[in-house]
Design a protein around this ligand. Sequence first.
Ligand code: NAD
Length: 494
Amino acid sequence: MDQGRIAELRDLPVPPARHLIDGAPVAASDGGEMEVRSPLNGAVLTRMAKGTRADADSAVAAARRAFDGGVWAGLAPSARKAVMLKWADLIERNALELAVLGVRENGTEIGMALKAEPMSAAATIRYYAESIDKLYGEIAPTAPGTLGLVHREPAGVVGAIVPWNFPLMIGAWKLGPALAAGCSVVLKPAETASLTLLRIAELALEAGLPDGVLNVVTGPGSDVGAAIAESMDVDVLVFTGSGPTGRRLLEASARSNLKRVYLELGGKSPNIVFADAPDLDEAVKVAANGIFRNAGQVCIAGSRLLVERSIHDTFVEKLAAFTETMKVGDPLDPGTACGAVNSQAQLERNLAFVEEARAQGRTIATGGSRILTETGGYFMAPTVVTGVQPDDRIVREEVFGPVLAVQAFDTEDEAVALANGTDYGLAAAVWTADLSRAHRMVRRIRAGLVHVNTYGGSDLTVPLGGVGQSGNGHDKSLHAFDKYLDLKTAWIKL
Ligand code: NAD
């Protein structure tokens, strides 16, 4: 990593940001702006347009015109592919600038940010660009005298509402397949992570994406996001974020045009370690990284650790010791393992969960407090809480911070019951050397993604989505196209 360049970029002034609507930067319709604060020091980084409902409506109208005019949907798939490949190259060429800007805005460690944000976004856009001219329709096995053709057509205008933890990665999971499919998009980034998405949308224009095909509107979810969700002209709504917002989007769909709504929501993912795990030291390291990287702000974070009782005390001891070696602090220092919490509000929420556990008499094995206050930044010591009970809030609810709740179990059945004991079902992991047990556990755990002897790192080739209150849609893999392509049947008498 070019540390000299990072040092240059870290203090560059960031110009005020405007929406990108119909191919041009646009101020909020009422001239409103909001501050963008850096979690690294709590200071104002820049200002951005505080979008209104009117702004969202104008972006939807631009997307509608672009879609109905066929400027993108009407191109050959290979032509869309060419533009998107160029776009991916531009993102990659600007990767370090994008990564540093993103870190200054949302606090992820630079090593992770570079890989998981611009580089992963470029790879995702390339993957869907490369796929779109290899997807075929179907000819149905009909009786002689009839012909049944199944076409896959772009679904129309897509509203995409995304969160702050990995804006480029998650944004690209929506934009890649939606744009490759030929849809037009109105993207609503999170209030605390908009700048890099605006920048890659500019790069899309530079790559040749026609005006109006990708629009970005910044500002409060309660105005901009709600207007997109309620719009009669949005055909598909894709969302990554919290459960309460997801519920509002379903209601908005029901009240408006019954647009399809795909939700990727939170998790409380269990990381289950059996005494026969092949390498306990590796399990300790991976468990800590699986919850503490990006300050725990990872949807699939392994936020519950279930350990077989015979190894519980040793495991917790090793885990606390390893956790204390993880460097917390300046996310632009490549040696940092755990960066800043995204906002003051999130930091306060994390600490409130820990205080509640403390008040309930649970044990804080390590961490438990805000640190590095002298920086003005939002830093929290990675925290391990033991002795928690199945009904504790820290076990049932998503903290979305560097907080790990540890439980002991005696049998496989008990591990399954504890693992499946929340409303969520996003991810899980099982650590065991017993192949049969591993497969049994994969089947019995209620989650969209079950790791075995690892945590995280699943690539683009496999889908990511939850069950239960973790949502209903899938990002990644060719399955993601299903959200953006409608089936149309042609039934022909020969
Ligand atoms: P959030 O729901 O508060 O916000 C997400 C987005 O929704 C933001 O852009 C926000 O502005 C917008 N929004 C807020 N209120 C809205 C409303 N009334 N109408 C329309 N839009 C509205 O979530 P967050 O705090 O930004 O993100 C954290 C959550 O995201 C966590 O629960 C995390 O688990 C989840 N997440 C899930 C995945 C996944 O793949 N399942 C990935 C990353 C994050």
